[in-house]
Every structure is written in structure tokens, then in C-alpha cells.
Ligand binder design. Structure first.
Ligand code: ADP
Length: 404
């Protein structure tokens, strides 16, 4: 072997051993990588398993809650098929779970429950589940439910239908109304007797009275009148709540009712130094189909409120406008107004604004509740605008006769 060849062999053997070392180190690092990958996979599997266990636990928890809810619950898929139903809902339908699960809710038939009204509430006429709704439904005589439909966000068209039994609340409401009605009826007779006795004494039928006696009797008479008014308000409200507020509508001119009631309030207006302006079109207005006595209650409440809640020297304006299908009535005053944070309670029973309570004005908080019921029973609408210390305007519409 020449020197050159020996050198070459030496060189190639050293290169070979270098290669061997690099393969070996490559094998070592690949093995290390595999070990790391394996351990990473194991970690992922462990995490997935853990997540799966958590999901199963959460699902069991949710199902237990759903199953034991005091409300009936259905989960419907996008084709209205029942995916989940709880025991309460099954009891309501009087069905076994396997009879209805995965069935279209609108195809369920029952001889025991009238489902027509239930389907109407959740799906309307075309039996397509409503996006969101909440309605009170009466099944039979005494079974009341609040039926809510909610669309489940991000579910691709799934819905939740909840049935909440409100029969007990309704029964309590009914008992309260009956109690108020009986109490008011019982109070009416003695209050009338007191009224007439006081009137006879004031008229001098039982002998001449001193100035002081007359003053005391006048105060008693006024207090008794306020009690009679309160009892009448309570009777009206209980009649409304029991659906016994009878209407005898006829085609009449609303301006006649407005003029009549305005005239009857002349003394109170003078006493408080208030100006009343009537803004009624000269041209005869189309008639409205109304119960005269009930519409009188409406106008009396609006005008008396404006008188009560407008300081001396103020102005009340009543305007009537002929709209396309309706007659619009506005009662505007320059009074104390209604505090903004209490405006959403204005038509609720027994509500009285904090500002008017502070002013020690008399009132039951039943007038506007009655007014709203009367106007809506005439298929009209009522609303208001008010600013504290500036004044209020109450608006109502009534459909022209022949429109409703
Ligand atoms: P009340 O017997 O207290 O007048 P209403 O039901 O007629 O009962 O009215 C309810 C409440 O609405 C009143 O107590 C008062 O706070 C407010 N309100 C009604 N009308 C007016 C008005 N014209 N100006 C200011 N507040 C009013």
C-alpha cells in the first residue's frame, strides 16, 4: 500500500466511524423523539378521557336537574322532534317516554289533554316553533300553565319548551279578587246609610245645627264620599278581574262624553284655579262604538287626575283628532308629572307615584288600571308622555264605529 493509499484508507475509516456515531446519535434522538411523542399522546389521551368524564358527569347532573324540575321541559330539534323530555312533561301529556321520544311534537295525539291550544301557543297556525314566546294558557277549567319557548343559541335550530304550572297563583288571585269584591259589597250598604244620615242632618231635617256642628258634619260627609269612591273603584277592579265588567256599546260621539264630564268637573277646576281648554274639531267627528258609562269613567279619571296633580294656576287641554281608522284623544296638563323611574308601573293596580304621595294627594291607585282595561276592551290603545315638574299627556285611541 502506498503512503497515499494508506492515508486514504485511514481517512475513510475515520469518516466511517464518524457516520456510525452520527447514525447512532440519530437513532438515540429518534428514540427520544418517539418517547416524547408517545408521552405527549398519552397526555392527550388522559386529557381527553378527563374531559369525557367531566362531560359525562355534567350531562348526568343536567339530566338529573331536568328530570327533577318542577316544570315540564321539552328539547326539540330543528324538525320539532322531541330530543329530551322530563317526567313532568310526560305527566302533562299523560304519555310514556318511548311513545313520544324522537317524534314530532305536533304529531302527538291525546284523548286526555286538549293539545290544540298547546300547539297553537308553541307553533302558531302553521305549526312552526316560535323563536321566543311566553303565554299563559288555560287547559280545562282550573289548569293554568305559563308556556315559554326559547331558541337554544348556537344549537343550529334547537328549541326549549317550558311548561310552568301557575294554577295555584291563579287560584290565589281569584280568591283575593273574590275577597275584595265581597268586602266592597259589604261596605257599600253601611256607607250609603252614613251618607244619607249625614245629608239629613246637614239639610236641617233633625233640627238647627251650630256652625261648628255643620263644619264637623261636612268633614265627615267628605270623608264618607271618599270611602264610597274607593269602594266603587274596588268593585270595578274586582269586576274587571273576574271578567264581569259588562259593556253595552253603541255608536256615539266621543266629544259628547268629553264635554259632559268636563262640565261636571267645573267646580273642582274653579276651586283649584285651573283652566280647561277643549280642542275639538268643528266638523262633526265619526262616531265610535263605546259604552257611554264606562267611557265616562275613563274621561273622569283622566280629568280628575290632571286636576289633582296640577298645581293652582295650571292648564289642562283636551284635544280630539280624527285619524285614518281611529279617533285620538289627548289629555295634557302642566302638572307635577310622573318620575321617570316609575313610569313603567303607571297602569298597574294600586300604583301611586312617590311625588304625588309626598304631596299628600288623595287616591287609590286604581283609576288608571281601570281606564286601561276599559280602553283595551274597546279595542283601543292608551299611553302617555310625562316629565317630572313639567306635566303629563295621556293619549288614547278608539276605533271608529265599523272598524272593530
Ligand atoms: P290615583 O287614585 O292615585 O290618582 P290612578 O290610577 O288614577 O290613581 O293614577 C295612578 C298614579 O299615576 C297616580 O297616583 C299618580 O302618581 C300618577 N298619575 C296619573 N295621572 C297623572 C297626572 N296627570 N299627572 C301626574 N301623575 C299622574
Amino acid at each position: 500500500m502506498t503512503k497515499k493509499e494508506t492515508k486514504k484508507t485511514k481517512n475513510s475509516s475515520s469518516e466511517f466511524s464518524k457516520d456510525l456515531i452520527s447514525i447512532e446519535s440519530c437513532n438515540v434522538s429518534r428514540g427520544e423523539d418517539l418517547r416524547r411523542i408517545r408521552s405527549a399522546f398519552l397526555n392527550i389521551f388522559e386529557d381527553v378521557e378527563e374531559a369525557r368524564n367531566i362531560a359525562v358527569r355534567e350531562k348526568n347532573k343536567t339530566m338529573l336537574i331536568i328530570e327533577n324540575l318542577d316544570d315540564g321541559l321539552f328539547v326539540l330539534d330543528k324538525n320539532s322532534k322531541i330530543e329530551i323530555v322530563n317526567s313532568y312533561a310526560l305527566e302533562f301529556l299523560q304519555k310514556a317516554k318511548d311513545e313520544i321520544i324522537q317524534k314530532n311534537i305536533f304529531k302527538i295525539k291525546s284523548e286526555k289533554v286538549d293539545l290544540k291550544i298547546f300547539f297553537e301557543v308553541i307553533g302558531g297556525k302553521n305549526k312552526k316553533i316560535k323563536e321566543v314566546s311566553r303565554e299563559e294558557v288555560c287547559f280545562g277549567n282550573k289548569l293554568f300553565f305559563q308556556v315559554s319557548v326559547l331558541s337554544i343559541a348556537g344549537s343550529g335550530g334547537e328549541y326549549l319548551v317550558i311548561l310552568h304550572d301557575i294554577s295555584k297563583d291563579k287560584l290565589i288571585d281569584q280568591m283575593k279578587t273574590e275577597f275584595v269584591s265581597v268586602a266592597a259589597h259589604q261596605l257599600r250598604t253601611p256607607l250609603s246609610a252614613i251618607k244619607w244620615t249625614l245629608k239629613m242632618m246637614l239639610d236641617g231635617d233633625v233640627g238647627k245645627l251650630t256652625e261648628e256642628q255643620i263644619e264637623f258634619l261636612n268633614k265627615s260627609y267628605e270623608s264618607n264620599e271618599r270611602m264610597i269612591m274607593l269602594v266603587n273603584d274596588l268593585l270595578n277592579v274586582s269586576r274587571i278581574d273576574e271578567g264581569r265588567f259588562i259593556y253595552k256599546p253603541e255608536a256615539l260621539q266621543i266629544e259628547d262624553v268629553i264635554k259632559e264630564i268636563s262640565m261636571s268637573e267645573e267646580t273642582s277646576l274653579k276651586k283649584k284655579k285651573l283652566k280647561l281648554l277643549l280642542n275639538i274639531p268643528k266638523k262633526k267627528l265619526p262616531p265610535v262604538f263605546i259604552d257611554k258609562e264606562k267611557m265616562g269613567i275613563v274621561m273622569q279619571n283622566f280629568i280628575e287626575n290632571s286636576i289633582k296633580y296640577t298645581p293652582s294656576g295650571g292648564k289642562i287641554t283636551i284635544s280630539v283628532e280624527d285619524l285614518k281608522d281611529d279617533i285620538l284623544v289627548k289629555i295634557k296638563d302642566t302638572g307635577v308629572g310622573i318620575p321617570l323611574d316609575q313610569q313603567d308601573r303607571i297602569f298597574t293596580k294600586f300604583f301611586r307615584g312617590e311625588n304625588v304621595i309626598r304631596l299628600e294627594t288623595e287616591g287609590s291607585g286604581l283609576g288608571l288600571y281601570t281606564v286601561k282595561n276599559i280602553i283595551e276592551s274597546h279595542t283601543g290603545k292608551v299611553w302617555f308622555q310625562s316629565e317630572e315638574n313639567k306635566g303629563s299627556t295621556f293619549f288614547f285611541t278608539l276605533p271608529k264605529a265599523g272598524q272593530n
